[in-house]
Design a protein around this ligand. Structure first.
Ligand SMILES: Cc1cc2nc3c(=O)[nH]c(=O)nc-3n(C[C@H](O)[C@H](O)[C@H](O)COP(=O)(O)OP(=O)(O)OC[C@H]3O[C@@H](n4cnc5c(N)ncnc54)[C@H](O)[C@@H]3O)c2cc1C
Ligand code: SF4
Ligand code: SF4
Length: 240
């Protein structure tokens, strides 16, 4: 915005709107929160646009009996993303969440699975989540260095003329490349590393999407699979 000539008046809050806008000059307190200074200044303005906070537009759901709302979002069972009304699922910004793209996409995937379970009246046993895998647990040698793809942008002189997208996005190939930069922390991505490395042929490949099974009758506990797993998806547990 500054490249386009926008001047940002940091730490100001509107105190009065008349012919001109009166703003109070703010300062940051010891916790980094803005507080008033009692000093004011006038800003000339043709238009004032309020852009404070974000709300989900869930008004169209309010006519459905049985849905439960907190402020702008609909309540769901976090395990299934089903609302209080059987068969109605919700996710992303419409439910209590961090309101990010990652969470929205994750909710979409989870809801699709849960809808399938619900429609087919299947029973699901809850999956146990593995502990969070940290950066230090990864074998980074596997991945190599692949810097982030840079999205092209319209120049400042071009973008001041219309409301076209400034950041031009990624091509399909670039987006796929970016997705492959995911380090898949703690989640087997079927690289076949352990399968190839096991000296005892104790790892059985179950086919694409089904990962592997360990034959504990053959396994000697040598930890070769564990040591080389790029994403720390294998745990060694002592025999009882
Ligand atoms: C300015 C801004 C910047 C952001 N920057 C980031 C960022 O950098 N990174 C990040 O992770 N997140 C960012 N977010 C948040 C992110 O955009 C949202 O969390 C995400 O888009 C939510 O996805 P969603 O599918 O839940 O909802 P949405 O993307 O809002 O999709 C809801 C869709 O439903 C449609 N819809 C609404 N009502 C109806 C109706 N009655 N009938 C049919 N369709 C309807 C809407 O048109 C919309 O297409 C930003 C949000 C804003 C506003
Ligand atoms: S467990 Fe690890 S080494 Fe084995 S296939 Fe999955 S990601 Fe690769
Ligand atoms: S611990 Fe050793 S023997 Fe057991 S599955 Fe892993 S690589 Fe194979």
């Amino acid at each position: 915005a500054e490249q386009e000539g926008v001047k940002v008046h940091w730490l100001r809050t509107i105190s009065e709107v008349s012919e001109e806008i009166e703003v109070e000059i703010m300062e940051l307190d010891e916790w980094g929160k803005p507080r008033g200074t009692g000093k004011f200044e006038k800003l000339p303005a043709d238009t004032v646009i309020m852009a404070v906070g974000q709300m989900a537009d869930t008004g169209f759901l309010r006519n459905i009996p049985g849905l439960r709302f907190t402020d702008d979002v609909v309540q769901v069972d976090p395990a299934t993303l089903m609302t209080d009304v059987p068969g109605i699922f919700a996710g992303g910004d419409a439910v209590p969440s961090e309101r990010t793209v990652t969470i929205g996409v994750g909710h979409g995937k989870k809801a699709a699975k849960k809808i399938d379970v619900w429609l087919n009246r299947r029973q699901e046993s809850p999956k146990i989540k593995h502990p969070i895998v940290g950066f230090d647990d990864l074998n980074l040698w596997y991945f190599g260095d692949h810097p982030r793809s840079i999205q092209s942008e319209l120049s400042a002189s071009e973008r001041v003329h219309d409301f076209g997208e400034v950041v031009q996005g990624l091509t399909n190939d670039e987006a796929e490349f970016e997705a492959r930069r995911c380090l898949s922390c703690g989640n087997c991505f079927e690289c076949d590393g352990c399968y190839g490395a096991c000296p005892e042929d104790a790892i059985i490949k179950l086919g694409k999407g089904h990962r592997y099974r360990f034959d504990y009758a053959k396994c000697t506990g040598c930890a070769t699979c564990y040591d080389q797993c790029p994403v720390h998806a294998i745990e060694m547990i002592a025999e009882k």
